[in-house]
Write a protein that binds this ligand. Sequence first.
Ligand code: OXT
Ligand code: ADP
Ligand code: MG
Length: 583
Amino acid sequence: MADAAVQEKKPATTAPEAERELTDGFHLIIDALKLNGIKTIYGVPGIPITDFGRMAQAAGIRVISFRHEQNAGNAAAIAGYLTQKPGICLTVSAPGFLNGLVALANATTNCFPMILISGSSEREVVDLQQGDYEEMDQLAIAKPLCKAAFRVLHAADIGIGLARAIRAAVSGRPGGVYLDLPAKLFGQVMDAEAGQKSLVKVIDAAPAQIPAPAAVKRALDVLKSAKRPLIILGKGAAYAQADDQIRAFVEKSGVPFLPMSMAKGLLPDTHPQCAGAARSTVLKDADVVMMIGARLNWLLSHGKGKNWGEPHSKKFIQVDIEPKEMDSNVEIVAPVVGDIGSCVSALLEGMGAKWPVAPADWTGAVSKKREENVAKMAPRLMNNASPMDYHGALGALRTIVMERPDAILVNEGANALDLTRGVIDMYQPRKRLDVGTWGVMGIGMGYAIGAAIETGKPVLAIEGDSAFGFSGMEVETICRYKLPVCVVIFNNDGIYRGTDVNRGGGSDPAPTVFVKGSRYDKMMEAFGGVGVNATSPDELKRAVNEAMDSGKPTLINAVLDPAAGSESGRIGNLNPQSALKKK
Ligand code: OXT
Ligand code: ADP
Ligand code: MG
């Protein structure tokens, strides 16, 4: 942008320099963030953003400094999911930027709003490939991995640049945005008054998107015609913060609902209509399926195949803000495009005062299956074996979550993920945070820190020993900021189990096993937190309760039987098989 008020080094002087008040890129970025209500930055300092972090802190923005950018990015992403405001991650150029990129791509994949702001090298040098410090064409690399990517070259464009980034992140389907800030921008000086005028306070960043009345009517007609209806609630529904409308709609319809993993708790898992414990039955037998903020991706077997009882003549209704999502995997007979708050309100209104009760033979069959599955699991949760198995350990933790329904549960691993999801009931919306759409390991400590900072609630992170390793160094960050995070490591000595052997007979361990008998609790003690080694469900329960009561950073090494666990948890079927294996 060509603005007479902008100077790269010296200010233009219509008046003598001493009389003019000046500002610069550093201050304008901070002012623009504050103007838009951004209170926290997650990042890792270094050239060219070290001073920016200091100045932001001095200006009252909370700056949470991590040990690795991926974790800072994950914290920003989950902040976006929890607050509907884009979480901000700040990184240095090239390697720091690349470290943050997995989190940015993961946020985009999961539809979480975040902005990755990276310092970068000078355009003139990068574009001629002259070997600048941490040289990289970051904008080009970020573009395919996020929803939008922008670069700001002039201080006078900082306000517009941030406004574009905020709107892109939160409007429509939320996602990750990249904002490239070359080093020289930070020091650019301009007239302070012109600078303030150039800032933009974004008004109505995520405008309501009202569904068409005809689409609402069509959806209700299809739902009403069902003999065996099912509602699937996804994390888009949890994100939308339309909790009361969703509950009213589900209850008025009387239809069984199946929560996707991060939608658990949107309505309590103990709700009489919850079909979480009858998952395979409802997917197979339903004749009309209404998805609200959930995609028919791999987690729902793409809406086809034997899990859906194919061949079938099911009808799908989908409520989503993204029109391109419709018909992505199967035909959607009733697409309802709009934001979930507006759509669900319109559906509720369209139902009128009287709505037919969901067929009793169907709701009865679902309840029966659910009760059978719950009863089957119950005795397994009571065992107090040492070393523990997953069910014994989870039986203890399940009660703790029931007693503390406002605590946030972070969860990653394979068995540690799948069994926790099945065993631990959730009671409130947006309390379960996990590996999401990608099944990515490494979100653990970033999500735990982001959730603790944004909500002030206690966090319980249930981690596989492998999963924890991806972000484990952040226990220092947890201790440094004195966050109420209790990490429980399900330590079964490896990825899936700790019993595998080197099939070539050599002295190297098998690729999936770790050091036997590791003491992860010592890591927490190294930074002044509480470390506990728990060998039985009783010990585990005591230690977690103490941690949740005290709010002290705690890490509990839960010693699990190395043979507990199966290959890839519940998704072993996705592993390719060698045709030669049996020879
Ligand atoms: O209806 P049926 O009869 O079928 O029964 C179902 C429910 O009805 C019932 N149920 C219940 N019964 C009773 N009571 C209650 N309350 C109840 N609730 C449910 O239980 C069953 C199962 O229900 P569920 O779970 O709902 O249904 P199902 O069929 O499992 O659902 C299907 C899915 C696909 C929706 C579900 O399985 C799912 O969401 N899966 C997500 C899986 C996932 O994302 N996994 C993570 C990735 S695995 C792998 O990739 C790993 N890696 C590689 C790697 C990754 N990921 N990332 C990066 C950056 N690098 C590498 C690694 C390294 S995992 C991993 C580490 C693993 O080791 P760890 O040490 O960390 O972990 P451990 O395994 O513990 O050692
Ligand atoms: P899950 O993994 O829980 O099934 P997905 O991430 O697959 O959930 O799907 C979330 C869906 O929710 C996405 O298709 C996204 O477009 C949609 N979504 C997110 N926020 C909103 C919103 N406010 N209104 C409507 N749809 C939304
Ligand atoms: Mg493990």
